[in-house]
Design a protein around this ligand. Sequence first.
Ligand SMILES: *Cc1c(COP(=O)(O)O)cnc(C)c1O
Length: 414
Amino acid sequence: MPAIAPHQTGMEQFTGSFTQQEPIPEAAIEAAVAVMRAGRLHRYNTAPGEVAETALLEEEFAVSIGARYCLAVASGGYALACALRALGVQPGERVLTNAFTLAPVPGAIASLGAVPVFVGVTEGLVIDLDDLAAKADGVRVLLLSHMRGHICDMERLMALCETRGIAVVEDCAHTMGATWAGRPTGRWGVMGCFSTQTYKHLNSGEGGLLISDDTELMARAVLLSGSYMLYDRHRAAPPPEAFSGLRLSIPNISGRMDNLRAAILRPQLRDLAAQCARWNERYRVVERGLAATPGLALIERPGREGFVASSFQFLLPGWPAGAVHAVLARCAARGVELKWFGAPEPAGFTSRYDSWTYVPSAPMPATDRVLQGLIDMRLPLTFSLEDCALIARIIRAEVSAMYQAGLSPEGCVE
Ligand SMILES: *Cc1c(COP(=O)(O)O)cnc(C)c1O
């Protein structure tokens, strides 16, 4: 590990926490307390005439995103696996997915005994559509991850998949509230999956939402999630007759959401658009602060992408590992916590296709080149715009210093 330059007095320091989300809103706390006072936490435990919080959340999320159906489940990862099961993915079947994504995505495929086939990432941090086309033969399903909120050209992707008869399931864990060409993510593929885990755009600790317009797929998903014969208590599910041919043949793979989580989520959903705007304000401040930093490449955001930036990425293209390590250490010493997707050993959430050794995968040099220089940080809403400007100044100073020292950690002391 290269030495860190001694702390200089007057050097700006950031003291915020990159993992601290905002508190749960008061209205959500009150709704949660009401559920606990009633004692009816299970979604199918309702008093006569009562509609469960979970059913109301499903209805409201479906309306907000323009989907016919919505199912609330235990986690985002559960939603992914449930979608694949509803599509009838078989053990041993190959399923396309991103080489750059979060571990629960290939994990959902592996949970069915199916085999992930990794597709590369571009410098724009989206799925490489040429690589996708090259690997698409004989595959029925693409589990597409809008990783870190970056959305690929969805018209081109859908055309490519539709001509080949490939069903697209969207992983929207980082794109709740985001659009491509004005259409929400999750509304392009046959099913869309969202997470309400603490680090995503709504916070219930754990939780997931699955949307679709497809009646049979959604009836399967409801039964899979553990509805017993109580599916008529849903409000954003297919009508009871859609279940008649399926109700006894679909296994119950229990993964329901409960009323406590749903109660916490409903008030947050009402604030989602405003929260998304706040994330993007923070993103733009960091982006402006890092513009034209020597040695640093910003990620280009296409005009058709209506992104929601709850995290920030940039590239240190072609940097040797020692120089990246040194910049990360120097930023960390000033309170700025950066994650590196190019590290030889994954840390925190930075695992990548070649970390998941349960999957056979050939080397992907173009993808490796991008990930080698990829730096990531969270932008929680507890950061003020001034915080974001300070973070950008610290990164800019450390990256510039290292770049001007010829990317040699030893030469870099301010
Ligand atoms: C968080 C996340 C998931 C899974 O969500 P959980 O609710 O934690 O299971 C899936 N995909 C991506 C890209 C994620 O970041």
